[in-house]
Design a protein around this ligand. Sequence first.
Ligand SMILES: N[C@@H]1[C@@H](O)[C@H](O)[C@@H](COP(=O)(O)O)O[C@@H]1O
Length: 241
Amino acid sequence: MNIIEVKDYQEMSKKAAEFVRDNVRRNPNINLGLATGGTPVGMYKQLIEDHQKNHTSYKNVTTFNLDEYIGLSEYNHNSYRYFMNDNLFDHIDIQMSKTNVPHGNVKDLKKECSDFEHLIKEHGGIDLQILGIGSNGHIGFNEPGTSFESRTHIIDLTHSTREANARFFGNRAEVPAQAITMGISTIMKSKAILLLISGTNKREAFFQLVHGEISETFPASVLRKHSCVTIIVDEAARGNV
Ligand SMILES: N[C@@H]1[C@@H](O)[C@H](O)[C@@H](COP(=O)(O)O)O[C@@H]1O
């Protein structure tokens, strides 16, 4: 794993945006895997700024998002589809038809999972996957205990994840109990991975990732088996590591 140490959230966001932009410029038809949560918001802001200033084009880019809450429609402000439109897609020249976020409010959720998995495959796989990390080591919504062999699937969210995400909803009771998420093996098939880690609440997770054992009890540890992972981590998350 290539670890890039930066000072703070601002610098992490800038570096991450440069990394993504350079990849898009090198391969304008890139398949990007995207993440939600608080961590990548600054990176998306920088990408929008770069698009406006330097005209980096996303016209031929295809995107696949990691996950979506079950039960929320795309119009719900807490859905990840809404998040992506609001934080990125509405502000760049991407074709909406090339943006893919799992649908969390369809009748046949199992079919949605296998369709999503196939869609990624049909497009030739993800070239660059952006990731954040949960404080319990989850990636996407793959909670501790998820099989490393998992494909896109339905997951029960843990108490701590619902608690952590309650800040977006008002209270924990409103956070959906389940989500659709790319599986660990789906994520691991990406050709390259960019993981962003910021803040003191991620310090323990960063430490585990670097020093802990590779185990399904800490999902992100699987990344140590991937040959092309870049981590951008700020001072607060590094602590004394
Ligand atoms: N499903 C998302 C993840 O993709 C994200 O990486 C993680 C951390 O979120 P944050 O960046 O807000 O700390 O939790 C969320 O639940």
